[in-house]
Ligand binder design. Structure first.
Ligand SMILES: Nc1nc2c(ncn2[C@@H]2O[C@H](COP(=O)(O)OP(=O)(O)OP(=O)(O)O)[C@@H](O)[C@H]2O)c(=O)[nH]1
Ligand SMILES: [Mg+2]
Length: 345
């Protein structure tokens, strides 16, 4: 009996073992990777600008810098040759410096080149950019400082306000955002997102509401909460062809009424629109008391000469530049850093 049981047990064990072995051999075997990653892909990954490196202004301005490659590579001291002068002229025009500013640079170079071509151009551009560009953070006693943001649609007003809200909050200020763009509901939603991220207060109204009343309510809220600053968004377009600039004048009057005081009116311009940005600016300057320019999208296909053209031709300081969509991509404009990012070897 025991003998029979042992034989049965052995047979069962043998059968189980057979089943296990067969099921193992039937299981598909994963093929090892055959081809290594192409080398070029690896190189691209290594060369990609670090997104964790907020200070790489030069990387952000790569497109503008690229336009100036030929100028940087020119060597020469004393007087420029005819060919060199032509190269400088062509490159500066392509960099969006504009005809009149390019001519002004060339006139200076004609006096003699002592610092190398790029060095001399750097010196002249910095001369053009030599102006006061501080921003006002305080209003008269008892008043609340308001920064008003104006510009046509799509230039980056709302994004700039969002980035600045974060900046002010980081510096310990209580910020109230006024969603004065009531042209479309999405504008207030977009601003509300930034407000939430930055822990700023926001006052908004329904689509089509009077922008002036939103600004008025925002000032009321700012007063009640002892806020340090109000950042006011405005629409970049109007329904029924109402005049945008008339609308802005009205908004400004409300924002400047006690307890508010407009201490900065920042005109936001999209650098990728090149010389068009200049004509846009002229229209706004005629209607609003603009105290500074925010030049956005300098990271894209923009050509940095537009910064200098705007300052020299309009006489208004560029106070901030946008070099990307993230919060840390709004930079205080520092002429030396900017010009060096474009012209230093
Ligand atoms: N690359 C890049 N994109 C930017 C920059 N600033 C803004 N943008 C983008 O530009 C687009 C338009 O920005 P908005 O802030 O909505 O522009 P707006 O002036 O408020 O436009 P309206 O509300 O239509 O008047 C968005 O996709 C932004 O992310 C920048 O400095 N660099
Ligand atoms: Mg907007």
């Amino acid at each position: 009996m025991t003998y029979v049981l042992v034989v049965v047990a052995l047979v069962v064990v043998a059968l189980v073992a057979l089943v296990v072995v067969r099921s193992r051999t039937r299981r598909p075997v994963l093929a090892p990777p055959v081809a290594p990653l192409p080398e070029v892909l690896v190189e691209e990954v290594a060369a990609r600008p670090s997104l964790d490196e907020p200070d790489a202004l030069r990387t952000r301005l790569a497109s503008s810098r690229g336009v100036l490659d030929r100028l940087r590579n020119l060597s020469g001291e004393g007087a420029l040759s005819r060919e060199q002068r032509d190269v400088v002229e062509e490159v500066l025009l392509r960099s969006d410096l504009g005809v009149s500013t390019t001519r002004a640079v060339l006139e200076q170079l004609d006096q003699g080149v002592h610092l190398g071509v790029a060095g001399e151009v750097r010196r002249v551009l910095l001369e053009f950019l030599d102006r006061d560009r501080g921003v006002r953070l305080v209003a008269d006693p008892g008043r609340i400082p308001v920064w008003l943001f104006v510009g046509v649609n799509g230039v980056g007003k709302t994004t700039t306000i969002g980035k600045l809200a974060q900046h002010h909050v980081d510096e310990g200020r209580h910020v109230v955002l006024a969603a004065g763009d009531t042209f479309r509901a999405a504008a207030a939603d977009q601003l509300a997102l930034w407000a939430e991220r930055a822990s700023a207060d926001i006052v908004r109204a329904t689509e089509g509401a009077d922008p002036g009343s939103v600004i008025h309510d925002a000032l009321g809220r700012a007063g009640a909460r002892h806020a340090d600053i109000v950042l006011a968004d405005t629409a970049g377009r109007r329904a029924n062809n109402t005049n945008l600039l008339d609308e802005l004048r009205k908004v400004r009057r409300v924002a400047d009424r006690d307890p508010g005081q407009v201490v900065e009116t920042l005109l936001v311009l999209d650098a990728t629109t090149g010389q068009n940005a200049l004509s846009q600016a002229r229209e706004f300057l005629a209607a609003a008391e603009v105290t500074g320019i925010v030049l956005t999208k300098l990271d894209g296909t923009a050509r940095g000469g537009i910064v200098v053209a705007i300052e020299r031709e309009l006489g208004i300081p560029v106070k901030f530049v946008g070099v990307g969509e993230r919060v840390e991509d709004l930079r205080v404009f520092v002429p030396e850093d900017f010009v060096d990012s474009l012209l230093a070897p």
